[in-house]
Design a protein around this ligand. Structure first.
Ligand SMILES: Nc1ncnc2c1ncn2[C@@H]1O[C@H](COP(=O)(O)OP(=O)(O)OP(=O)(O)O)[C@@H](O)[C@H]1O
Length: 332
């Protein structure tokens, strides 16, 4: 295997628990998480709030120690060579790392000096990054006057000052408007494409993982439940998903009985992998459009009132539904 084909990041069986108070059992934020990322690729950890994504980033960036398991980042073990790992990585965490009172340029120069660059090298690197992130016009303004998108770009630029081999982005576009998100997506794709940087990002946006990641892993309760390219994961799901909205019942136990009856009707109508979530049921069919008449007939024969029936092509949400047993929205 050539050096470039070694994983840029390789983690195996990471476990991390947090104490949860006297009475409660500890929280297993990571419960045997394993992940491997090829150099020069963008890898997304996708999961709802509390899935363990930030904890994984903390362990991989040496900010936190795992209880057990092993992780090698940019060729260095996070437990035995944390300094080397730190020198090889950039981290853009959810909280901004910039000084709001300093200008964009001052923030970058300071970050460069902290990373050991000479005064002139830090100034040159700052100018280069300001230009690349389209911040030159705002370079002399305090960071607190930046828009959300500009502030995020400055954060990413700060993370890149020392030319890291592996860049960690923890929920990079949370809170950004669509235009700022698109700009940041383009920049992240360029970093991996033109500069062969390895990027590990966490996100709870399905479209972000779909758009940006070469490979993605769905994280649920501290474990990776499935991973692959977005296309691989979607193509595993043959056919379409049929969603049925039932008319709401008077109370929750009535609803549960109604949903169970409806689930049986959907199976009779030929749907597979039928799941109920409150008043909504999901099932899979080779052709959703062809399945709809028999679905309606089966629900009618069971005496159930239907609010809506929709058909969708496989999406990452369906992949999530299949592997995590609930929709992404319900999990979040
Ligand atoms: N310092 C801590 N002390 C106690 N529990 C924690 C701590 N940090 C995280 N947790 C718990 O560990 C679990 C995983 O949290 P984590 O922040 O890693 O999830 P996440 O997927 O990054 O979520 P988010 O998208 O909200 O950042 C959650 O149950 C969380 O409440």
């Amino acid at each position: 295997m050539s050096e470039s084909s070694y994983p840029a990041l390789d983690a195996a069986d990471l476990v991390k628990t947090y104490p949860a108070g006297k009475e409660a059992p500890p929280i297993r934020a990571l419960d045997g998480l394993s992940v491997s990322v090829a150099p020069g690729s963008v890898f997304a950890l996708l999961g709802p709030n509390g899935a363990g994504k930030s904890t994984a980033v903390k362990v991989l960036t040496t900010l936190s120690r795992a209880d057990s398991g092993r992780a090698v980042v940019a060729g260095h073990d996070v437990a035995t060579a944390p300094d080397r790992v730190r020198r090889s990585i950039g981290l853009v965490s959810q909280k901004s790392s910039s000084d709001p009172l300093a200008t964009g340029r001052e923030n970058l120069v300071l970050a460069g000096r902290i990373q050991g660059l000479t005064r002139s090298a830090a100034a040159a690197r700052a100018a280069e990054l300001l230009d690349r992130f389209d911040l030159t016009g705002a370079a002399g303004r305090p960071a607190r006057t930046y828009s959300g998108g500009m502030a995020r770009k400055l954060d990413v630029a700060i993370g890149l000052v020392h030319r890291p081999r592996v860049l960690f982005l923890d929920e990079p576009t949370t809170g950004l408007d669509p235009q700022a998100r698109a700009q940041l997506w383009a920049e992240i794709a360029r970093l991996a494409g033109d500069e062969q940087m390895t990027v590990l990002l966490t996100t709870h946006y399905l479209d972000e993982a779909d758009h940006l990641a070469h490979r993605l892993a769905i994280v649920d309760a501290g474990r990776i439940v499935v991973q692959g390219t977005p296309e691989e994961l979607k193509s595993e799901l043959r056919g379409d998903t049929v969603h049925v909205g039932l008319a709401a019942a008077a109370d929750a136990s009535d609803m549960a009985v109604t949903a169970a009856t409806a689930a049986e009707a959907l199976l009779r109508a030929g749907l597979r992998e039928v799941l109920a979530e409150g008043a909504t049921l999901h099932g899979r069919a080779d052709s959703g459009a062809r399945a709809v008449p028999s679905v309606l007939a089966a629900l009618d024969a069971a005496g159930l009132a239907v609010d809506s029936v929709t058909v969708s092509r496989p999406s990452l949400d369906d992949v999530y539904l299949r592997y995590a047993g609930r929709t992404f929205e319900a999990a979040a």
